[in-house]
Design a protein around this ligand. Structure first.
Ligand code: 5GP
Length: 169
C-alpha cells in the first residue's frame, strides 16, 4: 500500500476546499478522463462548494502495458461545449504528461474561459511533456500504482487504497 483510503479522503477534501476558494461563485465544469479518474471525480466534485457540472472524455491509455506508448487517441469526446466556461480537467495520474499535454491543447482550442488541471497523483520523474498542474494530490515515485480508479488490465480499480503493483523489481 502506498496511500491509504483515509489519507486520500483527507487530501481530496483539502483539494476541494482549495478549488472552492480559488473559483468565484458561478458554474464550474469538471472534465474527467475515462476511466481511471471517475473515482477521483466523484469524491472531488462533492468536496467543491460551487455550481459544478461534469463531463467525460475518453483518451486511449496503456491497455495492459505499464509503460507509455507515446500515442494519444480520443475514444470519446465531450457531450457538451465548453466555450466561455471555467473548466477543470480532473485526472487520476500524470506520468509522461503526453496525455494531458494533448488534451489541454485540444480543449484550449474550444475557447473555455479558463482551463486548469487537477491531478490526484503526479510522477514527475517520468515527465516528457511539461504540464502545469494547478492542483496535485500527491507526488509519488516512479512505480506503477493501482486502486482508487487506477487499473492494470482493467483490474484493481475498486481497491480503496492506492497500491504499488506487485512483481516489480
Ligand atoms: P501519461 O500520458 O502522463 O504518460 O499517462 C497518463 C495515463 O497513463 C494515466 O491517465 C493512466 O491511465 C496511465 N498511467 C500512468 N501511470 C500509471 C500508473 O502508475 N498506474 C496506472 N494504473 N496507470 C498509469
Amino acid at each position: 500500500m502506498l496511500i491509504g483510503a483515509g489519507e486520500i479522503r483527507a487530501r481530496v477534501a483539502e483539494m476541494g476546499r482549495q478549488i472552492t476558494a480559488d473559483y468565484a461563485e458561478g458554474p464550474l465544469r469538471l472534465i474527467a478522463i475515462l476511466k481511471g479518474a471517475c473515482f477521483f471525480l466523484c469524491d472531488l466534485a462533492r468536496a467543491i462548494d460551487r455550481d459544478v457540472s461534469i463531463d467525460f472524455m475518453g483518451i486511449s491509455s496503456y491497455g495492459r502495458d505499464t509503460s507509455s506508448s507515446g500515442e494519444v487517441r480520443v475514444t470519446k469526446d465531450l457531450d457538451h461545449e465548453i466555450a466561455g466556461l471555467d473548466v477543470l480537467i480532473v485526472e487520476d495520474i500524470v506520468d509522461t504528461g503526453i496525455t494531458l499535454d494533448y488534451l489541454h491543447r485540444i480543449l484550449e482550442q474550444r475557447g473555455p474561459r479558463s482551463l486548469r488541471i487537477a491531478a490526484l497523483l503526479d510522477k514527475p520523474s517520468r515527465r516528457r511533456k511539461p504540464v502545469r498542474l494547478a492542483y496535485t494530490g500527491f507526488q509519488i515515485p516512479d512505480q506503477f500504482v493501482v486502486g482508487y480508479g487506477l487499473d492494470y488490465g482493467e483490474r484493481y480499480r475498486n481497491l480503496a487504497d492506492i497500491c504499488v503493483l506487485g512483481g516489480q523489481p
